[in-house]
Design a protein around this ligand. Sequence first.
Ligand code: CP
Length: 326
Amino acid sequence: GSHILSVSQFDRDAISRILEVSARMAPYAARKKRCHVLDGAILNNLFFEPSTRTRVSFGTAFNLLGGYVRETVGEENSSLSKGESLFDTAQVLSGYSDVIAMRHPKILSVEEFSKGSTVPVINGGDGANEHPTQALLDLFTIESEMAPFGKGLDDLNIVLMGDLKHGRTVHSLSKLLSLYNNLKITLVSPKALQMPDNVVSILSNAGHRVEITDELGANLACDVIYQTRIQQERFADKAEADLYRGHFSLNKQVYQKYCKENTVIMHPLPRDSRPEANELDVDLDDMHNLAIFRQAQNGVLVRMALFALTLGVEDKLSEFEQPVHW
Ligand code: CP
């Protein structure tokens, strides 16, 4: 198997395959059946930045396929803090693993690490650069949320909103969306937090209609709104991040004023629940169109699929199926 470092490594056929295998993971993720196709395999989860969903869903996905998970959390608990290089760390830890998932605050750090690894390395987020597995689960979510409306991944009207400069999930998702046809993409953010030019170019070069704005309005009457968090950890300090809060708050009042009846709301989470953040109000929580927790749950399916594909067992699932005994 090969590393998963960037969404740019996938074409539309590869994505279809990932989404199709992800859907086949549903009965195992729902504990209706077991599938221990990775019996005895070892995942090392290396998280040098905080994470709830990515780390735990990688681990859960691997466990659901029968594998063991070991974790290193925080650079201070690793010999990286003694000056060991990512390359040497990879040489050592890949000897202990069948696959490695890693998150690190530095751009391209996971790629650097992968050069020293003898086993597949999966990028769980490298600084503000990329978060490929999140973008894949986002795409899976868009596909499954649009299906009831008879829509696929082409011809959609999608709003990406928030801290588009630092949000690595929207960078990766935009690259994936460039593989589809005839999209309208509206990029809503404060001017200082606009989507990087190279990502805008990728979307325009794909032939999509791209609109850049700092205002919420009629442009929210779309199929999907993808809200993001102010990435406070990428700013000099909290005071600087606070300057931009409230510029793109999504709450029920805004939703009812501007959105369509069926506009689906997504967010990679975590949602910043501090009152001053107010990026995605809890008053939306009773709406079925709020897909955020289905989206997070889809992370298990997609990460199961990525492990199965990376380790080459995606066609053996039914062979290793077992009943649930509890
Ligand atoms: N969406 C996401 O990456 O969440 P975590 O930071 O909790 O992993």
